[in-house]
Design a protein around this ligand. Structure first.
Ligand code: IVH
Length: 696
């Protein structure tokens, strides 16, 4: 069942839980790509849709809100230990206009609000709307003391150290008329030229390339290490303040003049206009120059020049009434789609990328564009050989908007999205509720292997002491360890190696011996740790424990997972009967065992390690020891969770559905289908009183 498609009002509680889990993971993933790696893979609209769905489900099931819910993070996600800063006054947004008519309406609104005649000149300062990241700069006694991101408008993050690396931001202003305390506002951005030079250098160093100047600028000021920020070619335009009063000026234009005099950088294209005609002429002039400007702008900002008028007009809740952002239309171009490349990410997601004849869109050469996922390609029926419309819009990476059908070659065929991972040849599957197709050869797929191996040796998995992620990654890169079994043959191979570990940089005899000892110590491993170490999607520690306690041995577990492939089988029913295991996890478990490559990896590994059977709980003579029990209906004397804990403490397994393996069904008030199923299967039925008696 694809829970991503179910309308929210139809979600069952279990669906909702799974769905919130999925959304939390997905949103965190996209946040990470956007804010930290500057490499978003979905459009803002798609991202917003995920957040909206998350919020709506939480509204319906408030008790299911997760501790790590994306809704509990305001604005930008918490990625670094940046201090929160409350803005002295809120950093507002701007109202948007798109058509010339919206500008005429803006003038009309101003006239009506101020009650001035058609003859009165309304001066407007028009400034390019820089597509960057806004920041606030607090100055105290002429010194730049605190710099922050906009955040949610009320509270931002302290990025002072990073902003101090930007040369356009004066550190100290030695002028008698500069306010003793003030907050200057503006935009951090990157010039095209600098952006491309930086990417060229990264390419030479085999570093991942950045997608566009805006995201790179945003990512750069949110670096934990100011040295990194300093290495990025960032610029700053100043255009506002939190309060004009201490500047002793009567117009915005005068304010800008003063900023320039003090050494701030104000956009030289800003223009003082006298009426709507002037303003629109300016807009269209800049629109035609847009592609040749040295940086990205996404529109023009108009501001009423007279500050007394600005104060009279004031603010709505989100934006000043005296300003308007007149946006440019999205930038589009047509080009030829030469091929569709499938990239495999570190978590196994297959991402299709359009390889294009390079074309300039809004001043930037575009040779690749995101195709997002399989459904998107099918929905737009994008085919290799097509002529496609490419769009760069604001902070979104280039996208393929549509196909020019008139130009489609006669022999073109719909694109067949691969079901096989192009990197390792394993199957790539799609889970219910997921848009992404994922490679399930996690243990061998080189695109994912380093990450999986790190998981494999981590503390809650094999817990190999002194084998940190740095070593794993280094060993993987050098080809010393490709698959988990290689860890356990490391020592014997090392003995024959011409470059043994002890002779390598950073290693000595002792540290090498210690590592080998730590590996030896883990040749025997409890079943639950083993299951967890395999890194099967959705199988965390808790699920691994549930499985281990249910199946008790590796043999029983693996055989059951293979048998469960048949949805009609007893094994499948038994798997689903485990309380805490739902259909979605089952799919991942079954898929893992259905992949031949994984059997090779498991076979090799089991030659090296022994998986210890899970001990049935020490429960003495409890009549409930190793019995499987199902609760149904409402219990009077204890809650369901309490009943579960009591049963488990006496060695019982609590299941959520009745099968022939169930030993007891405890029937409370208003019991429904489960009681009926128990009767049909001949399972012993206990009343609440009988249950209490069993508990003693
Ligand atoms: S003035 C109260 N001027 O656009 C007025 N904003 O969509 C505050 N922006 O958050 C903003 N260039 O990041 C202003 N010349 C300019 C701008 C500008 C870019 C950004 C700014 C703001 C966003 C609103």
């Amino acid at each position: 069942m694809d829970t991503g498609q179910i309308p929210i009002e139809k979600l069952s509680e279990e669906d909702a839980k799974g769905e919130l889990n999925r959304l939390a993971t997905l949103i965190t993933h996209h946040d990470h790509l956007y804010y930290l790696e500057d490499q978003p893979e979905v459009s803002d609209a798609e991202y917003d849709e995920l957040r909206l769905r998350n919020d709506a489900i939480e509204k319906r099931f408030p008790h299911l809100i997760r501790e790590d819910s994306p809704s509990l993070r305001v604005g930008a996600p918490l990625v670094g230990p940046f201090k929160k800063v409350r803005h002295r006054r809120p950093v507002l947004s701007l109202d948007n206009g798109f058509e010339d008519q919206d500008v005429l309406d803006f003038f009309d609104r101003i006239r009506r609000f101020l009650n001035v005649s058609r003859e009165t000149i309304i001066e407007i300062v028009a400034e390019p709307k820089i597509d960057g990241l806004s920041a606030t700069l607090e100055y105290s006694k002429g010194r730049f003391v605190l710099g922050a991101t906009r955040g949610d408008g009320t509270e931002g993050e302290d990025i002072t150290a990073n902003l101090k690396t930007i040369k356009d931001i004066p550190e100290f202003i030695d002028a008698p008329d500069f306010p003793s305390v003030t907050e200057i506002r503006g935009e951090v951005y990157m010039r095209h030229e600098d952006f491309m030079a930086m990417n060229k250098e990264r390419e030479a160093q085999h570093l991942p390339l950045f997608i566009n100047p805006r995201n790179t600028a945003a990512g750069s000021v949110r670096q934990l290490d100011p040295q990194v920020t300093a290495s990025r070619p960032l610029k700053f335009f100043t255009y506002a303040c939190d309060d004009y009063a201490p500047f002793h000026v009567t117009t915005h234009w005068e304010f800008l003049e003063k900023l320039k005099k003090w050494g701030f950088v104000v956009n030289p294209l800003a223009r003082l206009c006298e009426n709507a005609e002037d303003v629109l002429a300016y807009y269209h002039e800049l629109e035609s120059q847009r592609a040749s400007l040295p940086y990205d702008i996404d529109g023009i900002v108009y501001k009423v020049n007279r500050l007394d008028w600005q104060s009279r007009m004031g603010y709505s809740t989100r934006a000043p009434r005296w300003a308007l952002a007149h946006k440019f239309p999205a930038q589009q171009a047509q080009t030829h789609l030469n091929d569709i490349l499938i990239q495999v990410g570190r978590t196994g997601t297959l991402t299709p990328v359009a390889l294009l004849d390079p074309i300039t869109v809004g001043g930037v050469v575009v040779a690749r564009a995101s195709l997002h996922n399989e459904d998107e390609i099918a929905r737009k029926d994008i085919r290799i050989g097509d002529t496609v419309v490419i769009q760069r819009a604001g902070d979104v990476i280039p996208q393929v908007v549509s196909v020019v059908l008139d130009k489609r070659p006669a022999d073109s065929k719909p694109f067949d999205f691969p079901h096989i991972c192009p990197v390792c040849g394993s199957h790539a599957i799609r889970l219910p509720g997921e848009v992404a197709r994922k490679c399930i050869g996690g243990l061998i797929c080189s695109a994912q292997a380093a990450l999986r191996l790190r998981h494999f040796v981590s503390r809650d998995a094999f817990d190999i002491e002194g084998f940190g992620s740095k070593h794993v990654e280094a060993f993987y890169k050098e080809g010393l360890i490709q698959s988990p079994a290689d860890i356990f043959t490391l020592e014997s191979r090392d003995r024959q190696s011409l470059t043994p570990l002890r002779n390598r940089e950073g290693w000595g005899n002792l540290s090498a011996q210690n590592l080998f000892k730590a590996i030896e110590a883990r040749r025997k491993i409890p079943l639950h740790r083993f299951i967890y170490a395999l890194g099967i999607p959705q199988v965390g520690q808790a699920t691994a424990k549930l499985l281990a306690r249910h199946y008790l041995s590796y043999k029983a577990w693996s055989e059951a997972m293979m048998a469960a492939k048949n949805a009609e089988s007893e094994a499948y029913a038994d798997l689903l009967s485990i309380d805490g295991i739902g259909p979605s996890v089952s799919v991942d478990l079954i898929a893992f065992f259905d992949e031949p490559h994984n059997h090779t990896v498991l076979g090799d590994l089991l030659k090296e390690v022994t998986v210890l059977d899970e001990k049935p709980l020490e429960v003495g003579s409890s009549p409930l020891a190793n019995k499987t029990i199902v609760f149904t209906g409402t219990l009077e004397h204890m809650t369901r969770p309490e009943a579960k804990v009591r049963a488990e403490s006496l060695g019982a397994k609590v299941a959520s559905s009745v099968s022939s393996k169930t030993d007891y069904v405890v029937v409370g008030a208003d019991a429904g289908s489960k009681a009926k199923a128990a009767k049909e299967l001949g399972v012993t039925i206990l009343s609440e009183e009988e249950w209490l008696e069993l508990l003693g």
